[in-house]
Design a binder for this molecule. Structure first.
Ligand code: TYD
Length: 148
């Protein structure tokens, strides 16, 4: 407490990131999975984007978001997501379309080891804003250490 102001520092950790198992309607004609914002995932969906035509072995990501929450799903194929909160790193292997990886704010992510032809769908809590990105790793580390 400084004067009348309460200083609230919220540290986002990779421990808050997790695999969410999505509903799956099994059917011999083909399985079906659905996602409702605020119901199966902890945010309302404002944007959906997807990566496709990804050459095998390529890498994406290499940034953190100040305010954006995301859920990443391997719709087809597989890839790894390496999460880093500035103190701890955790790797998730995604290869099922009924598992989503929830990524909280202020977590650095690298996506790599894409299998050829894989498709990654991302549900996001906000519209695209370049101002929300932290693309410099040292800046990310400085901010993460400051808020811990
Ligand atoms: P970026 O988020 O850096 O891709 P990745 O993390 O998958 O490597 O985005 C790549 C480019 O696409 C960048 O120039 C911003 C642009 N972009 C949009 O215009 N809208 C979007 O919703 C996203 C995700 C990216």
């Amino acid at each position: 407490m400084v004067g009348d102001h309460i200083i609230l520092k919220v540290f986002m950790s990779v421990k808050d990131c997790r695999i969410i198992e999505l509903p799956k309607i099994q059917d011999p004609r083909g399985n079906l999975t659905f996602i409702e914002g605020g119901e199966h995932i902890p945010f309302d969906i404002e944007r959906v984007y997807y990566l496709y035509d990804v050459p095998g072995g390529s890498a994406r990501g290499g940034h953190a978001h100040k305010n954006l929450e995301q859920l990443i799903i391997a719709m087809s194929g597989s890839f790894d997501v390496v999460l880093d909160d500035g103190f701890e790193k955790k790797t998730f292997h995604l290869n099922r379309s009924y598992y989503g990886l929830y990524i909280n704010t202020m977590v650095w992510r690298e996506l790599d080891n894409f299998s050829s032809g894989s498709v990654s769908m991302v549900l996001a809590s906000n519209k695209y804003s370049e101002d929300d990105y932290i693309r410099d790793y040292q800046e990310f580390i400085d901010r993460a250490k400051n808020s811990s």
